[in-house]
Design a protein around this ligand. Sequence first.
Ligand SMILES: [Fe+2]
Ligand SMILES: [Fe+2]
Length: 133
Amino acid sequence: MAWSNDLSVGVRVLDEDHKKLVAMVNELYDAMKDGKGKETLGGILGRLTAYTVEHFDREERLFSQTSYPNAAAHRGEHEALKAQVSDIQRKYNAGSGISLTLETMNFLKSWLLNHIKGSDQKYSQHLNAHGFA
Ligand SMILES: [Fe+2]
Ligand SMILES: [Fe+2]
């Protein structure tokens, strides 16, 4: 999966976050494909979870600062995604049966892309109009 301009949200710091998240999902995918051990995979998953939270917080701070009208719905999506990602992480670390499968990878990849395209890109105009670019 590659970051390309059609994923841009028009705010540099947030594009940088999204690029990092894409890179982490790719890193996880490669590590899984190479048969890396649980410690490696768990470590990447932990960083991915932490960075997801950090990134969502950054977006939400901008929503507050600019009184973004769709903030509540968007925050709701973040909450649901955070719960899903940390659930994957928790189950993986607990070793309770789930392995990092292609299915998990596809889930991570699609939430990231769908959320950026379906929700994040909707705030571009609003944030640009408030001086964030
Ligand atoms: Fe985002
Ligand atoms: Fe978002």
